[in-house]
Design a protein around this ligand. Structure first.
Ligand SMILES: [Zn+2]
Length: 203
């Protein structure tokens, strides 16, 4: 904990003097990010760092394995869907990004089961991605982990379109949905293409 407090002190001493104006403006006029990113909670995947983004630019939701559940307004505790509703219906973002990543522990749970003593919430949560797992395992694969990481991004994009206010905005061209994978081993970002493949962002 102490190293975090030390980090905060460095932020106050080195960052805040240059950034206080930005924060004051954001506090005064409110936030108006144009992009929401749904990324994994994994400590190695930080969208703000990857996109070199500034405070106020990205509305970020991070959960285990960057999953989007299907639309289900059933009054249960839907943290991901609540964040989506705020970003899309209140902030009116124009970009929705689902960012998967290599070596995802959540996808590992999907493929190999929960670690001992950790299935209360992980297993029901990861069951969202069961259709992706079924599609991948239906064909022989040399790397089911990577295939599942990719397929779960495709599935989350499908699930995004099950939200009527997302589908409506997407069909009207007011909202763009994008899938990505960040490879934590190489630092390379790949984008889901119209043909369904992931291709590296040109340097
Ligand atoms: Zn992950």
């Amino acid at each position: 904990m102490e190293h975090l407090i030390e980090g905060y002190r460095r932020f106050r001493a080195q960052q805040w003097p240059d950034r206080s104006g930005t924060f004051e403006r954001l506090a005064h006029v409110g936030q108006s990010p144009t992009t929401m990113v749904i990324a994994c909670s994994d400590s190695r995947v930080d969208p703000t760092l990857i996109f070199s983004a500034e405070p106020g630019e990205l509305f970020v939701l991070r959960n285990v394995a960057n999953l989007v559940p299907p639309y289900a307004p059933d009054r249960a505790f839907h943290a991901t869907s609540a964040a989506l509703e705020f970003a899309v219906r209140v902030l009116e973002v124009s970009n929705l990004i689902v960012m998967g990543h290599a070596m995802c522990g959540g996808i590992g749970v999907l493929l190999r089961g929960a670690p001992p003593g950790a299935g209360d919430f992980l297993l029901p949560w990861m069951s969202i991605a069961e259709p992706a797992k079924r599609r991948v395992l239906a064909q022989p694969s040399a790397d089911p982990q990577s295939q599942c990481e990719q397929e779960s991004v495709r599935l989350s994009l499908e699930n995004l379109r099950s939200f009527p206010w997302i589908a409506e905005r997407a069909s009207q061209g007011r909202l763009r949905l994008t899938g990505m994978i960040f490879d934590i081993r190489t630092g390379v970002l790949t984008l889901l293409q119209p043909d369904g493949r992931f291709a590296e962002v040109p340097g």
